[in-house]
Design a protein around this ligand. Structure first.
Ligand code: GUN
Length: 284
């Protein structure tokens, strides 16, 4: 078997086109478009690229966007005060704090300071708790994008065995919760797991580790769906995922490429969350 590729770029494009219509409808009803504020602290080069891309996408959809670039030495109090101001601003529907923050800042209390209704990353413990309890809420963008991709290929998750590799708060844990809420049987693997023993039994494998070359062809069951969330720099700075593409391509039924797979979906889902947050704040 050779895999069919899941074209995240194309799916994200269709999502953005649908959202553009919702943005116009919102603006007609409220006299302003939905707005997102993005906070970045320090000089992490990857964060700068991500934030610029989020802002560019927001603007291309007609959203308001504000970037707050804080210096590396920003204090916890300064950051909390910025967030409090944005929480109170009517035209700000979504607030995103780009991670990782500089080491001296306490990420957990920063994320807790964002008003849950404006938490378009879904990282506030209130939203994470709602997700875990299977209640509708703002959901982290990358795992939400993965669910959207599965839906787009017409894959029925119910009753399937799903293996998620990586237990981060950004991807692995919310991914496992979403698959569970969709009635898959879920195994959440991490550095202490016998990962291959689990993936060999899996219908769906989502890898969110950040190790190039981790997932080999002989780790995957024939006909599985394999979603590669890895973003690694390979030889010559080339972007690659966790999956050994040529090998898994020969085994899987469906496979997401890197680049052009999950990556484009994440920002599309951030826009989706911003529009959702705006609509529910304004009771539309
Ligand atoms: N850093 C890596 N991924 C993400 C994400 O989805 N959101 C934020 N805020 N920071 C990140």
């Amino acid at each position: 078997m050779v895999a069919q590729l899941i074209d995240g770029k194309a799916i994200a494009g269709r999502q953005r086109a649908l959202l553009a219509g919702e943005v116009v409808a919102f603006a007609n009803a409220m006299g302003r478009p939905p707005g997102i504020a993005v906070i970045r602290a320090g000089e992490d080069p990857a964060s700068k690229i991500y934030v610029a891309s989020k802002k560019r996408t927001a603007e291309s959809l007609g959203l308001n966007s504000w970037e707050h670039a804080l210096p590396e030495h920003t204090t916890q109090a300064e950051l909390l005060s910025l967030i409090a101001g944005l929480n109170a601003q009517e035209a700000v529907d979504g607030i995103l704090v780009q991670l990782p923050l500089p080491k001296h800042l306490d990420t957990h209390s920063v994320l807790r300071a964002v008003l849950p209704q404006k938490d378009v990353d879904g990282f506030h413990p209130m939203n994470a708790g709602s997700l875990f309890q299977g209640k509708p809420t703002l959901v982290p963008c990358t795992p939400l994008g993965v669910m959207k991709m599965l839906e787009e290929i017409g894959y029925k998750v119910e009753g399937k065995r799903a293996v998620v590799i990586g237990r981060s708060n950004i991807v692995g844990r919310p991914m496992a919760a979403l698959l569970l809420n969709a009635s898959a049987s879920v195994v959440l693997c991490h550095s202490k797991s016998d990962v291959r023993a689990e993936t060999l039994r899996a219908d769906i494998v989502v890898s969110a580790v950040g190790v190039a070359g981790l997932l080999r062809g002989d780790w995957i069951r024939e006909g599985a769906v394999v979603v590669d969330v890895g973003m690694n720099r390979g030889e010559g700075g080339k972007l690659c995922g966790d999956v050994v593409f040529e090998e898994v391509f020969q085994k899987a039924a469906w496979l997401t490429p890197v680049p052009g797979g999950v990556g484009p979906m994440t920002i599309a889902m951030l826009m989706h969350n911003t529009v959702q947050a705006a609509k529910s704040r304004c009771k539309l």
